[in-house]
Design a protein around this ligand. Structure first.
Ligand SMILES: [Zn+2]
Length: 333
């Protein structure tokens, strides 16, 4: 039995209740901690005391809706390790949708974490906004997809707390954190190299820029589609997004000469069609599109921004437009 990690006395969440809620897994119990200087930049300074939801219940079906009083919580994933990264949860105090945003899952996709760092400053009118701007923080600093031996976070879900690969352990902490906050939506902000609409007849794994993939259902896909349509009306033709309801990423042609080959984000066996749930099973783990399997009621949305001849500031802006539009449709902004 490992000793249980210590939470700071300033932790905004009652630790016992939290552990009960997440099943009492001690090794993962310390993701929430009052976090001083390592939190993402935010205009919201003070953390409120937050009571956990009514619990515990070992196998609740369905589980009661959690209640998060108005305030801000800062938490750390993989605390006190070199892979530690910060997150923030901004609670309106009003019942409503809860949205989780991940940036920096891959370290060489700056548009995603730049956007997530901006989104971390938003204040939802209803529900809660939870943001982890740099999930694979060290890799964002090194500007590599993932560090040597880290493993690929977006191939690692649901993760394993005992894995030798740190990103598998990070995946497990993300899933555990998500099971605490119970987001209805996950926006996972990524970048590809080329644009999907410029892929040519044979397509290719590097050509999924300007796409949105979702593990949504007939109930949730319309909101994603509508949000995308609204954004598409406001941007130029090349920037416009495509909703990929069938996720496939195998084969295809190489990227143009001089470009950097990029692995696809959502490589998965073909023919995982929507509606229904997209649950790509990948060697060693799944992408975030399988999130609903581990976080009940969560619709994953994976946004891919093309890097080729599209400035990173615009990529970040388009990410924020998509997330902001969806949150607007949800009544959160
Ligand atoms: Zn990525």
């Amino acid at each position: 039995m490992e000793p249980e990690p210590q939470l700071s006395a300033r932790s905004p969440i009652d630790r016992r209740r939290f552990l009960a809620l997440v099943g009492g897994v001690s090794a993962l119990g310390a993701f929430v901690a009052a976090c001083g200087g390592k939190a993402p930049s935010s205009g919201i300074a003070s953390a409120a005391t937050v009571e956990a939801s009514p619990g515990p219940s070992p196998t609740p079906t369905p589980r009661p809706e959690p209640i998060f009083p108005a305030g801000v919580e800062r938490f750390r994933l993989m605390p006190d390790t070199q892979w530690e990264t910060s997150g923030i949860a901004i609670h309106s105090g009003k019942q409503g949708p809860r949205v989780l945003v991940l940036g920096g899952v891959h370290g060489n996709e700056p548009g995603g974490w730049m956007a997530a760092e901006q989104i971390a400053d938003w204040v939802p009118l209803i529900g809660s906004l939870i943001v982890v701007p740099r999930a694979n923080r060290l890799s964002t600093y090194a500007f590599v997809r993932t560090g040597d031996g880290f493993g690929d976070l977006n191939r690692a879900y649901p993760g394993n707390p005992n894995s030798p690969q740190p990103m598998s352990r990070m995946a497990a902490e993300i899933v555990q954190m998500a099971n605490y906050y119970r987001p209805h939506w996950l926006f996972d902000l990524h970048e590809s190299w080329m644009f999907y609409n410029e892929r040519g007849p044979s397509g290719g794994t590097a050509f999924i820029g300007q796409t949105i993939a979702s593990g949504g259902t007939a109930d949730t896909l319309p909101l994603i589609k509508k949000s995308m349509d609204i954004v598409n009306e406001r941007i130029n033709l090349r920037e416009q997004f495509t909703l990929r309801t069938t996720v496939s990423g195998q084969g295809g042609q190489p990227p143009p000469a001089g470009s950097t080959p990029r692995p696809t984000e959502t490589a998965t066996p073909a023919s995982t069609a929507l509606p229904g749930s997209v649950t790509p099973q990948l060697a060693g783990g799944s992408s975030s599109l399988g999130f609903a399997r581990w976080v009940d009621g969560c619709t994953p949305v994976l946004i891919e921004m093309g890097q080729y001849e599209q400035h990173e500031s615009r990529r970040a802006e388009l990410h924020t437009m998509l997330v902001g539009t969806a949150m607007g449709r949800l009544g959160m902004l």
